[in-house]
Design a protein around this ligand. Structure first.
Ligand code: TTP
Ligand code: MG
Length: 349
């Protein structure tokens, strides 16, 4: 079954938000990342705006080098909490437009388009996808005053390369019959999955472009690179069957339980809430998340449901969350029979 996949990637994301928040730095080179400390700083650049990229500064450039390249740039530290909030609002906008939505990073997502079940032709499908893309760009600009680049293609691989084709504020559509001509002249390391190491090995074999890579048989690539070689053979032909898989960034971690029988035992409610809280913290640890907000949920017999929440100044520990949970639950206890209790941690830092 043919697919149409759309890839959205925000332009110079962290730097663009900083420019939005600080009008006085707009138009100047902006570098977001570690503190340069007058050229002696350690750490790297998270991102640079397009002005700063003209000086050769990019993501992962050591901050000391970035300072040498452009000492007059505006250097800012990372404000992840702020970027996450903007990201969540943007992802809400994007996710409304497709059949399947997959967020892959803070500023990047895939959408698989709805297909009219073979009632319309391929041109119509692509025209429809283009309209959707234009609408997504328009909405993100209107609501957030930020630009993104969008690529449309028959799979994730092609859509992703297409979105990078005309950055910033780009829009590139690659029809199925155009895939090979689109890929062939590109440097082989444009294929996501061919990193600097693999590319160096390929160059030793005389491969520069995707077209060069296509001269090798599948067997040859497998003998050279194993399973990765098989992937390379397919990628060079624009083949990628990996599905767009529904994924949204975790915004909260919560658990709730309905009692077998409605209870008026305060002890039972508290013990249950604390047990749920341990599960929540186990998941938070696994996901390497920490949050500042705790919410408790209480549902009485008859379904009347209440929540109570508190946000702390610093990330909750399991111990601090236990104390807080008891405090938040107390006003709900000893009144009516309780049907359900739940806890949730959010406000990730
Ligand atoms: P990217 O989409 O790779 O970069 P970008 O949005 O800044 O620029 P582009 O216009 O080329 O898409 O990454 C998104 C954000 O992720 C970026 O703004 C900062 C962060 N990031 C890092 O912190 N370190 C990194 O090495 C990279 C690549 C990104
Ligand atoms: Mg980006």
């Amino acid at each position: 079954m043919e697919r149409i996949v759309l890839h959205v990637d925000m332009d110079a994301f962290f730097a663009a938000i900083e420019e939005l928040d600080n009008p006085e730095i707009r138009g100047k080179p902006v570098v977001v990342g570690a503190d340069p400390k007058g050229g002696r700083g350690r750490g790297v650049v998270s991102t640079a705006n397009y002005e700063a990229r003209k000086f050769g500064i990019q993501s992962a450039t050591p901050i000391s080098i970035a300072y040498q390249l452009c000492p007059d740039a505006v250097f800012l530290s990372v404000n992840m909490e702020r970027y996450r909030k903007v990201s969540q609002r943007i992802m809400m906008i994007v996710s409304e437009f497709g059949k399947v939505f997959e967020q892959v990073s803070v500023d990047e997502a895939y959408l698989e388009m709805n297909r009219e079940q073979r009632t319309k032709n391929r041109e119509w499908e692509y025209e429809n996808a283009k309209e959707v893309a234009r609408e997504i760009k328009r909405r993100i600009w209107e609501k957030e005053k930020l630009t993104c680049s969008i690529g449309i293609g028959p799979n994730k691989l092609v859509a992703k390369i297409a979105s990078g084709q005309q950055k910033p504020n780009g829009f590139t559509v690659v029809l199925p019959d155009e895939v090979q001509n689109f890929l062939d002249p590109k440097s082989a390391d444009t294929l996501p999955g061919i990193g600097p190491k693999t590319y160096a090995s390929l160059q030793k074999l005389g491969v520069k472009t995707v077209a060069d890579l296509r001269r090798f048989s599948k067997d040859k690539l497998v003998s050279l690179f194993g399973k990765h070689g098989e992937w390379m053979w397919e990628a060079a032909r624009g083949i990628d069957e990996s599905p767009v898989e529904e994924y949204r960034e975790v915004k909260s971690v919560g658990r709730q339980t309905t009692f077998e029988e409605d209870t008026d035992s305060s002890k039972q409610v508290i013990d249950t809430a604390l047990a749920l809280l341990s599960e929540v913290f186990e998941e938070l640890r696994e996901e390497r998340l920490s949050g500042r907000t705790l919410t408790v949920i209480v549902r009485y017999r008859g379904f009347e449901t209440h929540t109570s929440a508190k946000t702390e100044g610093k990330p909750l520990t399991e111990a601090s969350a236990r104390k807080l949970a008891m405090k938040l639950l107390l006003p709900f206890l000893g009144k009516r029979k309780i049907r359900l209790v739940g806890v949730r941690v959010s406000g990730f830092t």
